[in-house]
Write a protein that binds this ligand. Structure first.
Ligand code: SF4
Length: 453
């Protein structure tokens, strides 16, 4: 599936030596979660921040910040414009000192909170919801004189998703929202502590995974590691982290993403079998799912499309002819392998359907006899309010079309989606502990749920 983007990733490292390299390579491994801007804040006597628009490799080409504790962030904007002002980490200076903060998620009641703060005379420098969190923490810190109590108090005011890393007073603080919508995990080895959006960042740094942060947990890593609890909430992990967003080599809330994806494919093979010569994937996001489908169906898996890995996300083309050519440049069929064959083409999810339609056309032009499309996620019909770039129902092909109408639009011979029950079974969490609002319209955090609908 192409075109849907995660908002951000966060990381934090505390060690006995310089942490810049760890932050850099950690962010590199989290680049799939945000490609618009990147930033690192490191604390010695003071906090210094380097951030800019662009990929991690570009932003830090000539940069180095020395210090044993720091946080980092990569961003794709869904709230606040795509500009350097909105890049993270944000550095806040106030009468009690300063702190830096990085955020993955989306605050649903941000407009209300911003208005309340502006009425009290606060002036904001950015349009991002993270600045609202930061200003609230600073104000509560001044009121309570206790940084952790300040965070707890702010958590009671926030509705939405937030995994935070904060650098304050030579402490690394990690916060996960009460619903634990976005992932956040913790690892340590020999005096080095790492918190990161995904466990793949710990693997890359050679830091053993210890555990996921608990819902509403505030983990304070200073001379000791302390765990505090914020307000209670309803747990609802984002199902889309398993289906599409997280890297397959990550473990999210105790589930190996690769194994979940294989299971999604396997279950779909049982739910929607069809005769074919080969199972193939839309690379790369559909590969684990397709391998699972192949195992479940007992039909061999093979590559049918080769992906050009050297195309950046700026590859946006203005007209239909060029867009068709663009898909072709990105994905080229192995004609000798698929000619005269009946294929099952597996993808992780289907949002707008425009790319998949072009892929079906490319396969047919290459001589494929039949194309059976299998989607390892139930139909997406509703916007996401919790930090994923799916903001209006209009962009979803399944919002207004039946499955057969979608099949016809794609030009496929058959089309089947995984059921919600099948998806829940593959993920392995209780149904009640999953957010599935973009499938069902049932938003788990009830306040402001109709804001973007
Ligand atoms: S609405 Fe969908 S994408 Fe958004 S958090 Fe819920 S499951 Fe994830």
């Amino acid at each position: 599936m192409y075109g849907i983007r995660e908002k951000c990733a966060v990381i934090g490292v505390k060690s006995n030596t310089d942490v810049f390299e760890s932050l850099y390579y950690g962010l590199y491994s989290l680049q799939h979660r945000g490609q618009e801007s990147a930033g690192i804040a490191v604390q010695t006597d003071q906090i210094r921040v380097h951030k800019d628009m662009g990929l991690v490799s570009d932003v830090f080409r000539n940069a180095y910040l020395s210090g044993n504790i720091g946080i980092g962030h990569v961003r794709y904007s869904t709230t606040g414009s795509s500009s350097i002002e909105n890049a993270h980490p944000l550095l806040i200076n106030y009468t009690k000192g300063s702190f830096a903060i990085a955020h993955n998620g989306n605050i649903v009641n941000q407009d209300e909170l911003r208005s309340q703060l502006e009425e009290k005379g606060n002036i904001f420098l950015t349009t991002s919801d993270t600045e609202i969190i930061a200003v609230l923490i600073a104000q509560e810190h001044m009121r309570t004189n206790d940084f952790v109590e300040a965070i707890k108090s702010v958590m009671k005011q926030l509705v939405g998703s937030y995994s935070l890393t904060i650098l304050y007073d030579k402490k690394l603080i990690a916060v996960r929202d009460p619903s634990a919508i976005r992932p956040l995990c913790f690892g340590q080895k020999d005096g080095t502590y790492v918190v990161a959006s995904e466990s793949c960042a710990l693997d890359v740094l050679g830091i053993p995974f210890v555990r996921d942060l608990r819902p509403s947990e505030i983990l304070v890593i200073g001379d000791n590691v302390e765990s505090h609890s914020g307000p209670k909430g309803k747990v609802c992990h984002c199902m889309f982290e398993y289906v599409y967003f997280s890297r397959p080599d990550s473990v999210v809330d105790g589930k190996c993403v690769y194994m979940v994806r294989k299971e999604l494919g396997k279950i779909l093979a049982k739910e929607a079998p069809v005769k074919a010569d080969m199972v193939m994937a839309v690379p790369d996001s559909g590969i684990s799912h397709a391998i699972g489908y192949s195992e479940g169906a007992g039909i061999r898996y093979g590559e049918g499309l080769i992906k050009n890995r050297y195309i950046g996300r700026t590859f946006i083309l203005p007209d239909q002819k060029q867009r068709d050519l663009g898909v072709r440049v990105k994905l080229n069929p192995i004609a000798c392998k698929i000619k005269d064959k009946e294929l099952i083409m597996v993808d992780d999810s289907l949002v707008r359907g425009t790319t998949l339609k072009r892929i079906v056309k490319i396969l047919r032009e290459a001589g494929t006899k039949k194309v059976h499309v299998r989607i390892c996620c139930p139909p997406i019909r509703f916007p996401c309010l919790y930090g994923i770039d799916m903001q209006t129902s209009k962009e979803f092909i399944a919002a207004e079309k039946t499955v057969d109408e979608i099949r016809s639009t794609l030009g496929a011979d058959t089309l089947a989606y995984l059921s919600i029950e099948g998806m829940v079974k593959a993920i392995g969490h209780d149904k009640e502990d999953l957010c599935m609002a973009c499938l069902t319209g049932d938003y788990p955090l009830k306040e402001k749920q109709t804001k973007l609908l």
